[in-house]
Design a protein around this ligand. Sequence first.
Ligand code: GDP
Ligand code: CA
Length: 335
Amino acid sequence: MNTMTYGEAANPAVPSDPDAIPPVNVVALLGGVGGAKLASGLAQLLPPERLTFVINTADDFEHLGLYISPDLDTVMYTLAGLVNPETGWGVKDDTWNALAMLARYEAPTWFCLGDRDLATHLLRTQWLREGFPLTWVTQQLCLLLGVRQTLLPMSDVPVRTRVLTDEGELAFQEYFVRYAWQPRVCAIRFEGIEQAHPTSAVVSALRGADVILFGPSNPFVSLDPILAMPAMRRILSAVRAPRIAISPIVAGQALKGPAAKMMRELNLEVSPVTVAAHYRDLLTGFVLDHQDADCAITISTQMSIRLLVTDIVMHDETDRVRLARETLQFALQQR
Ligand code: GDP
Ligand code: CA
């Protein structure tokens, strides 16, 4: 597990840390790999009971009879110390025997399922079939893996991202994994979004939050499904907590995945300005990289929000903790 630094100030023998973060309730809206990096930084700064992660479930899908929640699993494996550090998703040191056997059966193997990872999907599927909601299933999996922060699916109602491309409409995982996000995106829609509502756990976490963060996740396919649930914008606009987004775009590029390519295909400028404008009314602050410092003026003239310009590329654990700390300090100045 991560080294916890938040407890040090409580010990009178240890001099209090001037950079220590006070024990505030933080809720972060997250997708998978980018979101998990922020989550792991936050986890080293605050006690677990102060941290709630609201996670995109519009990437979820059924495959070979299994219910798979890629973003929930990425955040859960990261916080459990189990994630594959090379990919940022999946279980480290996993093996691929089941996948090799599926190949022998000529079954689809485009979605990589490691042997250890499969156990998570088997158990989740079993519990969902028994009638337990995804929120409960996630809580059990986290408990059993020793993850003490609260991980909440955005909703217990299924929402499915569909990507309209030049090769037709694709289910999200087909677009993302099977076709390696190569088809050109024309539009994105979230099937089931009209019926979806944030769970009561999500609503009370947001209402009790001292700070709300939008992780550096893909705005179009990771955070938009969370924000597109009909009740969500109203709930977010009604809370008084500072609401800060971290840009997933640095120097005209996404650090991983299709965010920049999607922006180009949707005729948007690949820039943190586009990200800030995308969340517009929902934010009180925005964090962008030094390399994009010249965008700060554009954002300030277009929107009345505060800006933090810092290093937002998280190469390692030290970067994650530093960015989480700077973002929280920036947020707390706004209370
Ligand atoms: P996914 O669900 O696994 O695709 O992950 P997310 O949507 O949570 O994250 C993908 C986004 O994270 C991409 O748009 C990346 O640009 C962004 N990202 C990845 N690593 C970093 C990082 O170190 N810093 C920042 N600011 N963004 C990052
Ligand atoms: Ca995802």
